[in-house]
Design a protein around this ligand. Structure first.
Ligand code: ZN
Length: 154
């Protein structure tokens, strides 16, 4: 086996004991990285609502400044989280693109809400559907027949 990061050959002597995908050096760095990420998430979660909104606006502005408004979009599912993000982003950039990825396994209410967002609420929204290399639709039924039923997580 090779280290997942530096591709060095893993031996009993150099493997990182608590995560055997890495050598000792890379394993230690990866553990530190994960620890820092957990701390960042915890401190973001602990912020009050006003600070979270300020932080969100900052992230959105940074993305638009870095890539340009024509190169960023809201990944919009129609659920509560992406709706909050959409609301904040549209206050700053009213015409920002929203992309709804239709899994073909959506509730009718979600599809109706997506239509309302586009047609009544004036959101710049496009819907994409999963297609295979031959241009055929990957319906949820076809995925279950091909791969089996998803378990534990999406
Ligand atoms: Zn390594």
């Amino acid at each position: 086996m090779l280290c997942n990061n530096c591709k060095e050959e893993l031996t009993q002597d150099n493997v990182y004991p608590s995560d055997r995908r890495y050598c000792a050096d890379c394993g230690q760095k990866h553990a530190l990285y994960l620890q820092e990420r957990r701390q960042t998430l915890a401190s973001l979660r602990d912020m009050n609502l006003e600070s979270k909104i300020v932080q969100t606006r900052y992230f959105i502005r940074q993305a638009v400044m870095e890539f340009g408004l024509d190169k960023v979009y809201i990944s919009y599912s129609g659920g509560k989280d992406s709706t909050v993000l959409s609301h904040i982003a549209k206050q700053m950039y009213p015409d920002i693109l929203h992309l709804f990825s239709n899994t073909t396994n959506e509730y009718p209410e979600t599809i109706r809400h997506i239509r309302w967002e586009k047609e009544e609420n004036g959101t710049n929204l496009i819907t994409v559907l999963p297609i295979d290399a031959k241009g055929e639709m990957w319906t949820f039924k076809k995925i279950i027949e091909h791969y089996g039923y998803p378990m534990f997580s999406k």
